[in-house]
Ligand binder design. Structure first.
Ligand code: HEM
Length: 462
């Protein structure tokens, strides 16, 4: 018996030693054959947590401007286990997003992103690939169609006339924010389902205000089995928003008339119907009802918050700089006379108004780090190697405040966008509130004239 026990423990010992040897060799082979990258530098982080604690409760985009002095324009920070690269000046953003546009055109496929977009079926959070290309193309076509027709002008005139009349009834001091909030502006278009629309706006508000530092589930995978209260709350809000979108799409489908395209939703329905008629199964699988709901929701969500923040900044700067306010007022009075709302075609006659908007977008920078990108292959920037699948951010705030490109960047000065004769003469390269490259905002051509009309129409209250 004793001999048998000795034999068993000797065999177990041999087994353990063999296992340890195999493990040691595997680890050695892994480290010896693992591809080594010359990664961009950055502050050393903690084990597992990386740099997460260092950036808590700080404006990361401002902190990066400080870090750039030590590490240069391309910086690596580890957000938990997620390696993240930040591009902090114009040259490196141009090199990456424009010069190597496909390499940097991905979107990180996070757990939360996939959950909110029903498996990546929208535009903004979908990874680079044929489905994203198709949806962006369809959405762009729809936006162009909307802008070409009279509906764009008619809608914006109708809304702004109603809003300015309402503002005119105010006596004494009043809260201008409640009027320039696109929630209020869009309420006129959504009056039929007003209450539901306002609920969706509230949900969107919570989304943009409370998402904050993202979701722990993205960084610590075990949490996905038992999601946090925050994640569950956001999933519920997301479902409510999508429900609203699906209802709108169904209502549009029921009242759809082929040659009377009313809006963006109709344009997406046309694309779906064309694929059905052509019996193009592959295409149909990429334009399902889920894709439509997600795209409409994207366009609604992406536009609402950015436009609102831009108007908020503009009003704050006008309050802080009365001399700018007076010039804007004088220009609009001169061009509009008795009218309240300008025509879109009159934009060129209001260069100072345009310059105020551009300067607000520069100084305010509503999307300071833009949206995250992801590398679609192993690539390089500024001589550093960036592995495939790395999360990348462009620090647009830093570019908008770079003294190499902007004289006295902290000063609000619309004149920097005008030439000596007062004509609008924007800087093209270092002004990029809509970002640049393949993933740049899809709606710059819509947002700029729209905001211009809104701002000019508000002149009566200044
Ligand atoms: C002042 C207004 C706006 C600003 C400053 C703005 C800014 C941005 C920025 C910085 C991005 C991320 C670009 C990147 O990842 O590099 C973006 C993406 C996007 N924006 Fe806008 N945006 C505005 C208005 C709008 C409007 C009105 C719409 C819809 C009608 C819209 C739809 C989108 C979409 C769909 C994307 C995702 C594009 C993609 O991933 O391919 N945006 N926007």
């Amino acid at each position: 018996m004793a001999g048998t026990l000795e034999w068993i423990s000797a065999t177990a010992l041999e087994y353990r030693i063999t296992l340890m040897l195999v493990l040691a060799v595997t680890v050695m082979v892994y480290f010896m054959t693992r591809k080594r990258y010359k990664l961009p530098p950055g502050p050393r982080g903690l084990l597992l947590l990386g740099n997460i604690l260092a950036i808590q409760n700080k404006s990361l985009f401002r902190m990066l401007i400080q870090l750039e002095k030590k590490y240069g324009p391309v910086i690596t920070l580890n957000l938990g286990p997620i390696r993240t690269v930040f591009l902090n000046n114009l040259e490196v953003v141009q090199e990456a997003y424009v010069g190597k546009s496909v390499d940097f055109a991905g979107r990180p496929q996070t757990f939360s992103g996939l959950a909110f977009t029903e498996g990546g079926k929208d535009i903004a959070f979908t990874d680079y690939g044929p489905t994203w290309q198709l949806h962006r193309k369809l959405a762009l076509r729809a936006l162009k169609h909307y802008m070409k027709g009279e509906r764009f002008q008619d809608t914006i005139t109708e809304v702004m006339e109603a809003v300015t009349v309402e503002m005119g009834t105010e006596t004494g001091l009043f809260d201008i924010y409640s009027y320039i909030n696109p929630r209020h502006l869009q309420h006129h278009q959504f009056s039929s389902d007003n209450e539901e629309f306002l609920n969706v706006c509230k949900a969107l508000d919570i989304f943009s205000q409370e998402t904050g530092n993202g979701f722990a589930e993205d960084v610590f995978p075990p949490l996905r089995l038992y999601p946090t209260a925050k994640f569950r709350k956001f999933m519920k809000l997301n479902d409510e928003m999508l429900d609203f979108m699906y209802k709108r799409i169904n209502a549009h489908r029921e009242t759809f008339i082929a040659d009377a395209q009313r809006d963006f939703t109709d344009a997406m329905l046309i694309a779906q119907k064309e694929a059905e008629e052509e019996e193009d199964q592959e295409l149909l699988e990429q334009i399902t009802n889920t894709h439509l709901g997600q795209t409409v929701s994207d366009v609604f969500g992406a536009g609402l918050d950015t436009s609102r923040q831009t108007l908020y900044w503009t009003v704050q700067y006008l309050a802080a700089y009365p001399e700018v306010q007076a010039k804007l007022h004088a220009e609009v009075d001169r061009v509009l006379g008795e009218r309240r709302v300008p025509m879109l075609s009159e934009r060129h006659k209001l260069p100072y108004t345009e310059a105020v908007l551009y300067e607000s977008m520069r100084k305010g920078t509503v999307a300071p780090l833009s949206l995250p990108h992801s590398t679609t292959c192993d690539t390089t920037v500024a001589g550093y190697e960036i592995p495939k699948g790395t999360m990348v951010f462009a620090n647009i705030f830093a570019i908008h405040h770079d003294p190499r490109h902007w004289k006295e960047p902290e000063v609000f000065n619309p004149e920097r966008f005008l030439d000596d004769s007062g004509r609008f003469a924007p800087k093209s390269e270092s002004w990029m509130p809509f970002s640049v490259g393949k993933r740049a905002c899809m709606a710059e051509a819509l947002a700029k004239p729209e905001l211009h009309v809104v701002l000019a129409s508000l002149h009566e209250v200044f």
